[in-house]
Design a protein around this ligand. Sequence first.
Ligand SMILES: Nc1ncnc2c1ncn2[C@@H]1O[C@H](COP(=O)(O)OP(=O)(O)OP(=O)(O)O)[C@@H](O)[C@H]1O
Ligand SMILES: [Mg+2]
Length: 268
Amino acid sequence: MKIAVAGKGGVGKTLISGTLARLLAREGFRVLAVDADPSMNLAFPLGIPSETASKITPIAENKDLIEERTGVKPGSAFGLFINLNPTVDDIAQKYGLRGPDGVRLLIMGTVRSGGAGCMCAANSLIRALIRHITLTEGDVIIMDMEAGLEHLGRATVKGFNALLCVVEPGAQSIETANRIRMLAEDINVREVLIVANKVMGEEDARFIEESVKRMNLELIGVIPFDPNIIRADAARVAPLDYAPSSPSIKAIEKLKDALKLRYAEREV
Ligand SMILES: Nc1ncnc2c1ncn2[C@@H]1O[C@H](COP(=O)(O)OP(=O)(O)OP(=O)(O)O)[C@@H](O)[C@H]1O
Ligand SMILES: [Mg+2]
């Protein structure tokens, strides 16, 4: 099961990715959670203290590792002899961080071009890494992506089973979903599934259903707006630990079951 989670900024990608990862791990899956968003928040819903996560050097900033594997120092002027197929099979083990329920977190960090020098070495390593871990590093890979599907996104989600596109009631996130869907088609992602989040009442639910139908996509989960999530955030405790039986967590459990039915059991 290789799932990427995308959507407009602030819709709930990180909450859903992290919580799903732990719920799947509790069922015995080996789960690798990949933080591919430069703002690097995935440790929070995973229940990994930010002090612990911030001690980890993100892959994109690990200059020695990048140079060792690609042969090119990041930021150097000449990327001509870059190794496009760096060895990556030990990276998740070596640089991943193990959190509650046994989920392993891999933090990619920011790859930004601009300024002096070329970031292609970092890019090359991260692309290779994501491509490779999708094949070998566990039963489930959940990747929390940058809002939209910018920069790394297009190339990296190639080969994933599904792109979960999170939307909230409101036209903007639906527009983003449409754009993401088109990008996904371009790169042959097999399925784009919609997850609605922050849904308040019947009217919101209807809005989402109609929008999803118009997009000709499938709605695989509906998560209510839930004040517990905000309280968990204020208390700096992962929502899954703060309010394990709250409506939003229950809904993410249902989403987990739906995904399991669809991918895990089918492929065994
Ligand atoms: N179901 C919900 N009910 C209430 N608040 C929610 C819910 N889901 C997410 N939130 C809140 O919305 C905010 C954004 O959530 P989250 O960080 O998961 O979104 P994101 O899509 O990853 O955002 P970004 O694009 O910034 O990475 C957080 O403050 C979170 O606590
Ligand atoms: Mg996020």
